[in-house]
Design a binder for this molecule. Sequence first.
Ligand code: GLU
Length: 464
Amino acid sequence: MNKVITRFAPSPTGNLHIGGCRTLLYNWLYAKKNNGQIILRIEDTDRDRSTIEATKNIIESIEWLGLQCDGITVYQKDNILNHQGVVQKLLNDGKAYYCYCSEDELLDMRENALKNKSTTMYNNKWRDKTPTKNDLKTKPTVRIKTPLSGITVIKDHVQGEVIYNNKDLDDFILLRSDGTPTYLLASAVDDYDLGITHIIRGDDHLNNAARQATVFDSMGWERPQYTHIPLIHSPDGTKLSKRDGALSVLEYKEDGFLPIAILNYLLRLGWSYGDLEYFTINEMILYFDLNNIHRSPARFDKTKLLNINTHYLREETETNLINYISDIENLKFSAEIRSNLEKIIPHLKTKAKTLNELRYLSRYIYSNEFEIPKDVEEEIINKKTREILRVFCDKLKSINQWRLEEIIIITENLLKEEGIKLVEIAKPLRLILTGAIVPTGIYELIYALGKNITHERISSYLLK
Ligand code: GLU
């Protein structure tokens, strides 16, 4: 068998969404599994709708997910001469023809077809007609001659054998009247030129496969293998909307999701391997198989994605989590702050569902720009508390070896001396040290903040 070459072929008309990512993932995994290649091809022949921002968004999303493609990125508009060359060959071989229909004529044909419940919208007017001098004044499109009878069979790894009656397939346009190629042509020609062996994409393209197969057949090219994956639907089975989770991948990044969580969720949204729930990238590559792709549409479930993210947040190393937080905050942490974060994150990562929540819960470690809410302050800090805090601060200073045990000892001594309970000092301390009532043990909190910062925050509070 030829070396496997897959491709991810997004149109840069918008940001990369969750459905596109799943297509990318499946193509990427299939290529890796077979020691093959995956090519990124930006399908930018539609000049009016393609944008540089969308291209950037696609590339950035791919990098963030860690699904880099092989070799150089192909920009479809650079291949227009190839597309036109193929059309010229089809014209020379009598397998394509010029169509001189005006827009109005085409609209009439369409209306008639709809009225007569015809399965084709174009009536083949120019298939065997020679233009007059007058016709030649119109800039023609070029259409392919689809076979008039018989069937086209698409063998698909998910959909099985899909049979199309050729009489239902239009002689579709290959080149527009301005000479630019249509998606149906450009995509087929590029797939051939790039040696694509497997096309894996959403099943909204299944009908296009029948048409693109006509280009392959007319040129005498061997067709690639097809896999059309059922689309992702919303929880109620309708088209996935933004509200249901059809966000761009980078929006998930902003919301504090981990790439590995997104990849695991997408992998199992349409594919499964027994009951296995979580996969490393290597396991994904090892087990991925086109035959296990589900035949029915998957339903997007944001809660499930959040649960998977929670799982991976707990699995993630402290160092990686700190790197993510520093990335989100766009801050370079000092060695001291890093070491402080390392102490607190094991306690916090079990309480957060997203990186944003983790960042929120740990931000007091690297920032003292927080406000102490007045009402809470009035409720839990009075004159007596201030005095006790002053003594506590002095005791802290006397600690030589900064260890959790030492902090516990000096605090317990203080409680005994003052005849108070831990909560009476823990609540005010939390408030002064973090600006909030954070869900962390007070000793762990003080230990993580370090002697200097703890001392400095309490004493400057007491000066106010
Ligand atoms: N450019 C097409 C799209 O973004 C995909 C084409 C293909 O995979 O053949 O929907």
